[in-house]
Design a protein around this ligand. Structure first.
Ligand code: TYD
Ligand code: MG
Length: 459
């Protein structure tokens, strides 16, 4: 090995400096610099070309037509939700980073994947848990797989040795923060170790055609540790999220070189592992027979899938000081904007009232098409008059109170029709695009939010 050099590395953004600094000039974070040593010089790189044991000589330039096609054959994970977020299965030779809070179920998800793939050879490397703990989890999941190897190791060179010996189709690393390469002297979990280990794994994936899944913890700020550094190296970044106290877990695609981002998979954590939720709308709509005030059904697109979701609002007189505004699963600034629109354009007075808003199921909704449902729920709670539980509201609300058109209206409407809703409020600007014959549905076009309040509450 050649000599190494001491540098100071920002653990947030990866910027380097020759001396310690209190504030990072690149990302403006405080107290993020840590001392690390990096190997330098041309020597180790030569040596490291042979590192993974798979590439003996470099591949020469090849004509695009001569590249064999089977390398893009995807592996079916037998899990419809995971297939969807990956864009249709695992691409051989790809490297996937799975991030998420501790305890959310990352190890469970990937162990389940390893156990499901019965006709593939899998190497599950854990630096976090003992073999006994993993076997306990496997018996909890209750699937037997005779081609899944468990290896508790943190040194990348040892992992490569056994990879070469076993020739698996898939390697799972739990977690990248525990790995260590002999080519860096920094402690495990530091940014230069993360970067070195991830690029070694990437080299392994590309040289050998083995798919690699890496688990990464996320930092307090909700980012995968060393976010910019790692996200650039890997092919796919998935984020596993959800409220710990709800059973539902959301798997989101943040980056995907082989498919669309914005995809969402939904799971339910059960006593025997994670169960894919195949009909999410039915889960996100609470079962109720009677009409209650303050509830309206919204439609949101998560990737290419429309979901119906219940929005609940509570508007009540504020007795103490400043009225409260609280939103769960929705941006609170957007809620304030909608309240201001109702105040100014429709003449409701929220200034002396507390407002609470809740999106059912613990989902964080960013689709602006839910605005109209939120407005309906707010007005319904304000007036204490229920809206029909057979209605769905689809539309974005603009600053002057206009109801704006939203994307993919046909898909949203057919999802609502499928689930038995019969009245759908949409923007009148969506009517032009929407020309399908839907006799059984009552589709109500709206131009402004005033019309909604008149339609719902003036009987
Ligand atoms: P785990 O996969 O260890 O989380 P992570 O790797 O993201 O830290 O999951 C931990 C939680 O999941 C733990 O609280 C126990 C729970 N769990 C179940 O509810 N059912 C199960 O079948 C399994 C395996 C775990
Ligand atoms: Mg774990």
């Amino acid at each position: 090995m050649s000599k190494s050099k001491i540098v100071f590395v920002c653990q947030n953004c990866g910027a380097t400096a020759a001396k310690w600094m209190g504030k990072c000039p690149v990302c403006n974070e405080w107290n993020t610099y840590a001392e690390e040593s990096i190997a330098q010089g041309p020597g180790p790189d030569r040596e490291r070309d042979k590192l993974t044991g798979f590439r003996n000589n470099l591949t020469p330039p090849t004509l695009i037509g001569d590249i064999p096609n089977e390398s893009t054959q995807r592996i079916d994970t037998l899990d419809p939700e995971l297939n969807r977020v990956l864009g249709g299965g695992i691409v051989p030779g790809s490297i996937v980073l799975l991030g998420g809070d501790p305890g959310i179920g990352k190890s469970t998800l990937l162990l389940q994947l390893a156990l499901n793939l019965k006709n593939k050879k899998i190497l599950y490397v854990s630096g976090e848990e003992s073999m006994a703990q993993i076997s306990m989890r496997a018996s909890r999941i209750g699937i037997k797989n005779h081609s899944c190897y468990i290896y508790t190791e943190t040194n990348t060179q040892s992992i490569f040795k056994y990879t070469h010996e076993l020739q698996p189709d898939l390697i799972i690393i739990d977690s990248i923060q525990t790995l260590q390469t002999s080519y860096s002297d920094s402690p495990p979990g530091s940014l230069s170790q993360l970067r070195e280990c991830t690029s070694e794994l990437q080299r392994l994936a590309k040289d050998s055609g083995i798919a690699v899944f890496i688990i990464g913890h996320i930092t307090k700020e909700g980012l995968i540790a060393g976010p910019k550094v790692l996200e650039h190296i890997v092919d796919v970044v998935l984020q596993f999220e959800g409220e710990k106290h709800y059973a539902y877990r959301m798997l989101r695609t943040i980056k995907n070189r082989f498919g669309s981002t914005l995809q969402l998979g939904i799971y339910e954590m059960q006593h025997c592992g994670l169960r894919p939720v195949l009909n999410p709308s039915e889960v996100l709509l609470t079962q109720r027979d009677e009409n209650l005030s303050g509830i309206a059904i919204a439609s949101t697109m998560e990737g290419d899938r429309p979901l119906l979701i219940e929005t609940q609002a509570l508007v009540s007189p504020a007795f103490y000081g400043t009225p409260q505004r609280s939103a769960t699963g929705f941006d609170s600034r957007r809620l304030s904007m909608l309240l201001a629109v109702l105040e100014k354009r429709v003449g409701f007075s929220f200034g002396t009232r507390d407002v609470f808003l809740n999106m059912a199921g613990g989902l964080q909704i960013e689709d602006p098409a839910v605005d109209l449902a939120i407005v309906a729920a707010l007005l319904s709670s304000y007036e204490d008059i229920p809206v029909s539980n057979k209605s769905v509201f689809i539309g974005e609300v603009g600053l002057s109170g206009e109801v704006r058109a939203v994307s993919r209206i046909e898909q949203r409407i057919s999802e609502a029709a499928k689930l038995g809703f019969n009245t759908i409020y949409i923007s009148k600007y969506n009517m032009k695009i929407f020309n399908e014959d839907k006799d059984s549905l009552n589709i109500i076009p709206l131009g402004r939010v005033q019309e909604l309040s008149e339609m719902l509450f003036s009987k």
